[in-house]
Design a protein around this ligand. Structure first.
Ligand SMILES: [Zn+2]
Length: 144
């Protein structure tokens, strides 16, 4: 294959990737709930957005996470949930196990405490997560 064909093909692949990435971001920004990739996939399908396989969606989500355009949160069952990241500082999420709605909170002393524990046991490069789950008010409402 001549070089020019190949670069045209690369440009087409890049273009498709960009279009799909934009569609994923748009889907994520439609609401601020944490969702599984399958839920995002289903939403995109029903919105007749750009079509892509689940594998591609996973790759795009991973890429967006690296670029800090999405934030992730472990669901109670260990599955990874995603939502668009708005760039706010270190925080934790209280996540509704029913609908993925999340409230942010910070624990002032947590970073400090973690640092002290790490120091005591001579650990370095310490990272931590605090995940809190519950049922939000909307999900608690009895359905009529
Ligand atoms: Zn809820």
């Amino acid at each position: 294959m001549p070089t020019s064909d190949r670069s045209a093909e690369n440009a087409a692949v890049r273009h498709r990737w960009t279009t799909r990435t934009r569609a994923v971001l748009e889907a994520l920004r439609r609401n601020d709930r944490f969702r599984t990739p399958q839920q995002i996939y289903d939403e995109m399908r029903s919105a007749a957005a750009v079509s892509m396989g689940v594998t591609t969606l996973y790759r795009i989500l991973h890429k967006l996470e690296e670029q800090q355009l999405v934030e992730t949160q472990r669901g109670e069952g260990g599955e990874l949930l995603y939502r668009a990241y708005d760039g706010s500082a270190t925080h934790h999420n209280l996540v509704c196990r029913g609908c993925g709605h999340a409230e942010r909170f910070t624990v002032e002393s947590l970073g400090h405490q973690t640092g002290r524990v790490a120091q005591r046991f001579q650990f370095s490069d310490v990272n931590y997560r605090l995940d809190v789950y519950g049922t939000c008010r909307d999900c608690n409402q009895p359905s009529e």
